[in-house]
Design a protein around this ligand. Structure first.
Ligand SMILES: NC(=O)c1ccc[n+]([C@@H]2O[C@H](COP(=O)([O-])OP(=O)(O)OC[C@H]3O[C@@H](n4cnc5c(N)ncnc54)[C@H](OP(=O)(O)O)[C@@H]3O)[C@@H](O)[C@H]2O)c1
Length: 249
């Protein structure tokens, strides 16, 4: 199968490309670095020639509603229309558990992505996953004021990105499935404890106060709205195992 991997050079996309190739597929990474802009559409029709399937793991790192909606809705519509013209028969998108639980910021973009796909004539699969274990590292970097790093309160059920990528390639092999069961890690964790454990693992020795993140996202994170629904498919690698496997620093 010829699979175009939108965002194929990113955290998830690198694994998807490697796994798809290992399973005998032709995987074509799409990224600006490789000459394809999903938002303007530049280079997209050429990159999709001969593709059967698109796996979309592209991303914009913004908490601003307008930036997130404009990226995810715009890139998705471009992929769907260029894909339809190129004969793509399966569009797969990775979105996020709780995409409809928070109506602003990054999550608004993920919901606009899902709606664009549902309205499309191209057969599709939408997979929602929980945050990756790497979310602890991201929070360590973001939740800080100068040298003081904070530990944000949240209930999450993090998963290994490698397991998400394996699942996406299996979904490509299975054909269009609509909304498939959510994917989450093996158990619920405290984000504050994860961020502190990550900080210790990379040699941070300072005091880290526990904080509540503001706004609708902070509330949803604390009250469990971003946890998977019953019946979710569960991965196997725990956060502690991911931490143990980090390269020595
Ligand atoms: N991280 C999590 O915890 C988590 C949890 C659940 C779901 N997800 C979803 O997983 C997906 C992948 O996230 P990630 O963290 O793996 O992404 P990432 O590491 O930030 O990678 C983003 C990819 O998108 C490409 N890209 C960005 N803008 C582009 C544009 N205009 N045109 C073409 N390519 C563009 C980037 O390449 P260039 O910069 O070269 O263009 C890169 O390959 C996202 O949709 C996210 O919502 C993430």
């Amino acid at each position: 199968m010829r699979i175009a991997v939108a965002g194929g050079t990113g955290l998830t996309g690198t694994h998807v490309v490697e796994i798809a190739r290992r399973r005998g597929h032709e995987a074509i990474p799409l990224s600006r670095h490789g000459g394809v802009d999903l938002v303007s559409g530049a280079g997209l029709p050429q990159a999709l020639v001969g593709a059967d399937t698109i796996i979309d793991v592209s991303n914009v790192n913004s908490m601003k509603t307008d930036v997130s909606v404009s990226f995810f809705a715009g890139a998705t519509r471009n992929m769907l229309s260029s894909g339809q013209r190129a004969g793509v028969t399966h569009h797969i998108a990775l979105t996020i558990v709780g995409a409809d639980a928070v109506s602003e910021g990054y999550y608004a973009g993920k919901l606009s992505q899902e709606r664009a796909i549902e309205a499309s004539a191209v057969p599709w699969t939408i997979l929602r996953s929980t945050q990756f274990h790497e979310f602890a590292a991201l929070m360590y970097e973001i939740a800080r004021a100068g040298p003081l790093h904070a530990a944000p309160r949240a209930r999450i059920q993090p998963i290994a990105v490698r397991e998400v990528a394996e699942h996406l390639v299996t979904l490509a092999e299975s054909g269009p499935g609509g909304r498939v069961s959510e994917l989450a890690g093996p158990r619920e964790e405290s984000l504050a404890a994860m961020v502190r454990a990550y900080a210790r693992a990379i040699g941070h020795r300072g005091w880290m106060p526990e904080v509540s993140l503001p706004g609708a996202l902070g509330r949803a994170q604390r009250n469990g709205a971003l946890l998977p629904a019953p019946g979710a498919t569960l991965g196997t690698q725990t956060f502690a195992e991911w931490l143990d496997a980090l390269p020595d620093r």
